[in-house]
Design a protein around this ligand. Sequence first.
Ligand code: PLP
Length: 437
Amino acid sequence: MNKAHLWHPFTQMKDYNNADPLIIERGEGVFLYDVQGRAYYDGFSSVWLNVHGHNVPELNEAITDQLGRVAHSTLLGMANVPAIELAEQLVRIAPKGLRKVFYSDSGATGVEIALKMAFQYWRNKGVCGKTAFVSMNEAYHGDTIGAVSVGAIPLYHETFRPLLFKPHLIPYPNAYRHEGGAAAAMEETLSALRLLLQTRAEEIAALIVEPIVQGAGGIIVMPPGCLREIAALCREYGVLLIADEVATGFGRTGAMFACDLEAVAPDLMVVGKGLTGGYLPVAVTLATDEVYGAFYADYEERKTFFHGHSFTGNPLGCAVALASLRLMEERNMVEGVRTKASFVERKLAPLLARRHVGDIRQQGLMIGIELVRDKESRAPYDWEERIGVRTTKRARELGMLTRPLGNVIVFIPPLASTEAELDAMTDILAEAIVSVT
Ligand code: PLP
């Protein structure tokens, strides 16, 4: 029935239908169990979103408790209790200045909202020329049309180009792939941005960035100070800064938000994934009072933000997000991530001596291991070799699930993983890499 009726996302169905399908039946802690009862470590947090593990009593209870009250009511012209409480909590923990919360249901919709808000912000202020966006090479912001427009991974976005608006693209600082290393990569990014803003700032509404870690582009960590400089340039030239924290938010990088690592206060910030502990589809676009204020007017002035989704502010999702945030604080999880990250770093370090391990990139519990054909020249494996797919297939045989990004093996374990679990997962990761390369 799976093969007959399901069309899986980001999946070549011909490959899928020729392979042994994995069908998950239940989860417990960091494990997922398939219909045959086989256990797997969830080594990529079910696509980078699991925080506390699976089947967590406190989160289950938050949902069933809310279910006994109301499963859904709209935010169009009315409110619900969990949506209000969650908004207050998010404003409390968000980077300084973000004081308004707009709900949606996936990272991509959260990004759409940020783009539309930034665009309309300038129009509402009577500045009509600022209509363009800046994004970064290899960026990924989701799969709806606006989010794809500001994305720049050719494999995902090229097909749709005729359908999209075109952002200004600047290089993302990739220290491993830049001849001059981190400092030169950062300088290249900043000088490209400076030049663009010097000449075109009056046309640019906003810059969108994955703060500190570019995720789907290959888990690429920015050189220290780079995000701060990008934010300063945006401020200097009157361009809004949109931080896409969909992957990096809620402790993943060792801070509550990646922006906090460099005390950056964006004008708009998008969160999703880990917001509900990875339980239900809720995303949020946070805005400053300055942005919100540009929409606040008499109706006749036509400054209303005409955007919303049927499930905006879903009470079940908001209730579980509140419970997840409460658990994160009670369990001191952000600090825990930093300790666990050091453990993982020490565990993975010996892998760098392997002939085909080119680079290990890590920020908190977000890790990417880049495999290369030739270490000296950093020449990548050919696409047809499917080295990433083969490695993660081997990891699955050894009992851990993850997905590659091309030649980069992703390791993004649930934040609640214990040291013993991380020990076991990193062992599997190493064995899979050693056996395939
Ligand atoms: N933005 C970033 C940085 C992401 O990594 C992702 C998903 O991986 C998205 C946006 C899209 O989120 P969603 O898949 O929930 O639409």
